[in-house]
Design a protein around this ligand. Structure first.
Ligand SMILES: C[S@@+](CC[C@H](N)C(=O)[O-])C[C@H]1O[C@@H](n2cnc3c(N)ncnc32)[C@H](O)[C@@H]1O
Length: 222
């Protein structure tokens, strides 16, 4: 039996200290290559104008830009503190001309219809207050045939893997946040149910070793 989902936050990661701790954690994940950039590329997201939802300190999108020289990126992030950090990190990568961060809530994104070639997101879905609204927004801002790829943890992960990763997670201060994020994450069946209520059709949901990957193409007529 999978435990019931427990909401973690509907406001993103706002507190400055938590943002700094998260930056250290995300940097370690980047250095280990555990940030799902491979899944984003495997989904076919390799060029054009991309939107990243909830970039946090930015490493996922910045590493993706490094591997996709024909791409540009816009990040939609609810936390002003995270945006400050992501802008600093983008400068350190030398990518300030290829990436722009916009403060906004992905439940109602500040972008016109059909404005992005691709959309991706890592580790943010479990924080969205209403995923169906966000799936509808992704469908709205994507161009026809635009590709999307959303990766996140899954709550029904094998407990042995859960505790193994818990004890590997550094810095230690992030461990309670790791557990609360996991408890707020979805199972593949829950995501399929939510997608069924949304405009985002043609999505495949796959269970990975530790998480979930939701990917597909926007329909030509939707
Ligand atoms: C756990 S962090 C993941 C950050 C980054 N994607 C990564 O993989 O390292 C989740 C991010 O999503 C942001 N977020 C949460 N809810 C959001 C929303 N409704 N709209 C935009 N960003 C949101 C949070 O502020 C946070 O920066």
């Amino acid at each position: 039996m999978v435990k019931e989902r427990i909401i973690e936050t509907n406001e993103g990661i706002q507190d400055k200290l938590t943002v700094e701790i998260f930056d250290r954690f995300a940097r370690i994940m980047r250095d280990k290559g555990w940030n799902n950039v491979d899944s984003i590329i495997k989904a076919g997201i390799v060029r054009g104008k991309a939107l990243e939802i909830g970039p946090g300190p930015g490493y996922v999108g910045l590493e993706w830009l490094k591997r996709c020289p024909e791409a540009t990126l816009v990040g939609c992030e609810i936390s002003g503190e995270m945006i400050k950090l992501a802008e600093k990190n983008a400068k350190d990568y030398g990518f300030e001309d290829r990436v722009k961060y916009v403060e906004g809530n992905c439940l109602a994104m500040p972008f016109p219809d059909n404005s992005f070639d691709t959309v991706f997101s890592n580790g943010s879905l479990h924080e969205w207050e209403d995923p169906v609204k966000v799936f509808n927004e992704i469908n709205r801002v994507l161009k026809p045939e635009g590709i999307f790829c959303l990766t996140d943890m899954r709550r029904d992960v094998n407990p042995l893997i859960k505790w193994f990763i818990y004890f590997l997670t550094k810095p230690k201060e992030i461990r309670p946040g790791f557990l609360s994020s996991l408890n707020a994450s979805y199972t593949a069946d829950e995501i399929r149910e939510l997608l069924g209520q949304s405009d985002l059709k043609n999505a495949a949901v796959s269970k990975e070793f530790f998480g979930l990957c939701i990917s597909g193409k926007k329909a030509v007529f939707s």
